[in-house]
Design a protein around this ligand. Structure first.
Ligand SMILES: [Zn+2]
Ligand SMILES: [Zn+2]
Length: 504
């Protein structure tokens, strides 16, 4: 027995010297790099521990906080009905409204006031069945599908505190990726940046380069911002009933309700009153609620577009009081967002595959001058695609439209004449899906299959690599089918010939 133990000990010692090398060489041979899904904005609630040691929700605000904040509005509202004094009303109610957001507040330097935690998922996805199993859309749908296709031990979900600057979050992602590489025994990972996750992924390229990355996918990413955020900071509000009705229709899809609302003209009557009210209250509401709550969050500034960035900053921040915050968000804006094309091209030159996904044919939140921009519900298509020329919603680029850039020799104008992708950062690597909502790609649909095709690709795919996945496709929520737009248009033309009375 003693002899056996000493042999065993000798064997272990021997392994000890060479063992590490043996393990390091023992790479996974499956051929598919592990996939790291970088969450979008607030997919998972942020939590904090309250004074009684109980875990509470910080974002989205808890019902209790919303109730308390709103309850405080009622007494001043009664008074407002008599004296019509909005200033006194807002003096009384704004602190209560701010208290709804208290847990997420940052100070004027952009530093969180309270200790909040974003739920972490350090292990592979098969360790968190409660997280993805019940959801059929968005990041969870992606993870659920990827587990079916690639196995749960090669899929990871990176979640973060979205209030922080993306370059700070990218440092956490670096450790995360290192861990994924070790656990899966791969040298590289596939990064898929969903929505705001694209901003984190791009920050990663800026800080750490592309050495760790096999496929770099931007899925309806905010890497070039989205119009509405900067416009809100600039208090640039605009409305019209058509945009509001179309926006509602996207969610409710009821022709009866739509005809009813259009017939009554309720929004035509309501909107001038809302505009007048905004004129009266936006100044006080922004300086006491909007700016102290949201303009102090560095992460929000990463969602502001280049067109609006400096103006929004001038409106919402003070160059002295917010100097540290400004320094931080300027670095992201000028070194990451504005240099996106350069960063991506460098990654590409170093052997990283680049894929960009952009959805269209939806209204965004219809309260600003860009409300008729083609959008995926949250992000303007021209930004998520990295620079496509897009027709306004409900219209086309016009008869006889000529593609802006023709040097590559391809056609990059969509068959529906709504998108010109020739101006994108990567016309050959950018796919457009009509009628697919932001990140959606529901589980069990051809939309989800398409994402898997992208995520599992070995070599750089182009919009010409696979006939089923050309540059322009459209998604049907009823059937779950993803169809090349050209085919869909041809099929629609046939139906129109068969039933001429339904045409026009
Ligand atoms: Zn593997
Ligand atoms: Zn081309």
């Amino acid at each position: 027995m003693k002899r056996f133990i000493s042999i065993a000990v000798a064997f272990v010692l021997m392994l000890g010297s060479s063992g590490l090398i043996v393990f390091a060489r023992d790479r996974c041979e499956c051929g598919t790099p592990p996939i790291v899904v970088i969450s979008g904005f607030a997919t998972v609630p942020l939590t904090y521990v309250d004074e009684n040691g109980k875990e509470e929700r910080a974002w989205a605000p808890s019902n209790k906080r919303i109730f308390n904040g709103v309850a405080g509005v009622i007494p001043p509202l009664t008074r407002l009905m008599f004296d019509k004094n909005w200033e006194t009303f807002l003096d009384k109610t704004n602190p209560g409204v701010v208290s709804i957001f208290e847990p997420i507040l940052c100070d004027g330097s952009g530093v969180p006031i309270h200790n909040i935690k974003a739920r972490e998922f350090p292990l592979s996805a098969d360790n968190y069945p409660d997280f993805y199993n019940n959801d059929i859309n968005d990041e969870q749908a992606f993870i659920k599908t990827a587990i079916d296709v690639y196995g749960g031990d090669h899929i990871y979900f990176f979640n973060y505190d979205w209030r922080l600057d993306p370059t700070d979050i990218a440092k956490e992602l670096k450790d995360f990726v290192k861990n994924v590489k070790n656990e899966t025994r791969h040298d590289k990972v596939t990064l898929i940046g969903c929505s705001m996750g694209g901003n984190i992924a791009l920050s990663y390229l800026r800080l750490f380069g592309s050495g760790d990355i096999h496929n770099f996918i931007l899925d309806n990413a905010a890497f070039q911002g989205t119009s509405i955020i900067g416009e809100c900071f600039m208090l640039d509000f605009e409305f019209d009933s058509d945009a509001v009705l179309n926006y509602i229709y996207q969610f409710v899809k009821s022709d009866v309700l739509d005809s009813f609302l259009r017939m009554t003209g309720v929004f035509d009557k309501l909107i001038p009153a809302v505009e007048d009210l905004i004129e009266i209250i936006s100044g006080q509401l922004s300086s006491e609620v909007l700016y102290p709550v949201f303009a102090n969050l560095p992460g929000i500034w990463a969602l502001v577009t280049d067109d609006t960035y400096e103006q929004a900053k001038a409106a919402a921040l003070d160059s002295k009081e917010n100097a540290r915050l400004i320094k931080k968000i300027d670095f992201y804006h000028y070194e990451v967002q504005q240099k996106a094309e350069k960063l991506l091209k460098k990654a590409k030159a170093n052997g990283c595959n680049i894929m960009i996904l952009s959805n269209y044919n939806y209204y965004g939140i219809p309260i600003t001058p860009t409300r008729h921009n083609n959008n995926d519900i949250l992000i303007d298509t021209k930004y998520s695609s990295g620079g496509a020329v897009c027709a306004k919603l409900g219209s086309t680029l016009g008869e006889g439209y000529v593609q802006k850039k023709t040097s590559c020799g391809h056609n990059h104008v969509s068959p529906d004449n709504v998108i010109d992708a020739s101006t994108c950062m990567f016309p050959e690597y950018t796919w457009f899906v009509k009628d697919m909502k932001h990140l959606d790609y529901p589980y069990g649909t051809q939309g989800a299959d398409f994402l898997m095709w992208l995520a599992g690709t070995k070599k750089q795919p182009t919009v010409f690599s696979e006939v089923s996945y050309p540059q322009f496709m459209e998604f049907d929520y009823k059937t779950g089918k993803l169809t090349p737009t050209a085919e869909a248009a041809a099929a629609a033309a046939v139906i129109e010939v068969l039933n001429p009375q339904t045409g026009g």
